[in-house]
Design a binder for this molecule. Structure first.
Ligand code: CP
Ligand code: NVA
Length: 311
């Protein structure tokens, strides 16, 4: 009933590119099936008696609730650890935490700072590890965003997604998504917050176009998406960023230059009046609540895939 009784090759999900295009499409399809079961109150408990440990070194609302609710729905248990209530907050090495926790649970989700810290955890873990957000990537969120787009508009291949905001965990994951699912990402940020050349080396012009002017980036878009101006861990830059990002706000004027059926997404939490106006996020083109809900459906598909393989 645990990791010992049903061995399958251990896979981690540390960044979107850890899955192939075919696997991502499988997970998105599977999420739609699991969502339907959930909506129909149809029990689906493939992870009976399995345990998920969640390790949070940064705050969370959606990630915590979606993983926890999702694991319970699939028949499993959840243990939640944070830096402040575990020995991580008292400097126990991450490697030792990984060694110990992974002997007692079947799967781990971790939200932390550097991607290298997550990789280090995974390297010392006996069980699959899922990235619940690092400074560099947020793959579960992008899976939810892709699912939401597909539900509203069908395949994303060949479409244009516009990112208004800095180079951060979300934008780099969107770039991986553009490459894996073959769409174009328009990126626009103030000059001091541009993508790092070494992190986009080899990405083709077809998948990534960088714009100085955010309004120009928004033209002909099928989806406009943004994020907080200051990500977790960068709070000391807040005042400087507020000034720099003034022009990088998704507002009604920007939505007008996108395609008339363009969607608006935001991973949340949002700051109305900063990166997005209330009129846009609470308006008819916004799909942010479905996007948030889809975290749960897509992560259920990820956990099922990592623990039981393809169904
Ligand atoms: N979008 C997201 O990851 O939300 P939380 O920080 O609330 O988990
Ligand atoms: N870029 C944001 C995403 C929050 C879900 C952050 O890292 O804080």
């Amino acid at each position: 009933m645990n990791q010992i009784s049903k061995p399958i090759a251990k896979r981690h999900f540390l960044q979107l590119k850890d899955f192939t295009t075919e696997e991502i499409l499988y997970i998105l399809d599977r999420a739609i099936i699991l969502k339907k079961k959930f909506k129909n109150y149809e029990p689906h408990t493939p992870l009976l008696d399995r345990t998920l440990a969640m390790v949070f070194e940064k705050a969370s609302t959606r990630t915590r609730v979606s993983f926890e609710a999702g694991m319970y729905q699939m028949g499993g248990f959840v243990i939640n650890l944070t830096s402040s209530d575990s020995q991580l907050g008292r400097s126990e090495p991450i490697e030792d935490t990984a060694r110990v926790v992974s002997r007692m649970v079947d799967i781990v989700m971790i939200r932390t700072f550097e991607q290298t810290r997550l990789e280090n955890f995974a390297e010392h873990s006996r069980v699959p590890v899922i990235n619940g957000l690092t400074n560099e990537y947020h793959p579960c969120q992008i899976l939810a965003d892709l699912l939401t787009f597909i539900e509203y508009r069908g395949p994303i291949q060949g479409k244009t997604v516009t990112w208004i905001g800095d180079e951060n965990n979300m934008s780099y994951t969107w770039i991986q998504a553009a490459e894996l699912l073959d769409f174009t990402l328009h990126f626009s940020a103030p000059k001091d917050y541009q993508l790092k050349p070494e992190r986009i080396a080899g990405v083709s012009d077809k998948h990534l176009k960088v714009f100085d002017d955010p309004m120009e980036a928004a033209h002909n878009s099928d989806l406009i998406t943004t994020d907080v101006w200051t990500s977790m861990g960068y709070e000391e830059e807040n005042a400087k960023r507020k000034t720099a990002f003034e022009k990088w706000q998704v507002n009604e004027e920007m939505m007008k230059v996108a395609n008339s059926d363009a969607l608006f997404m935001h991973c949340l939490p949002a700051h109305r009046g900063e990166e997005v106006t209330a009129g846009v996020i609470d308006g008819p083109q916004s799909v942010v609540w479905d996007e948030a809900e889809n975290r749960m459906h897509v992560q259920k598909a990820v956990m099922e895939f990592l623990l039981t393989g393809k169904q």
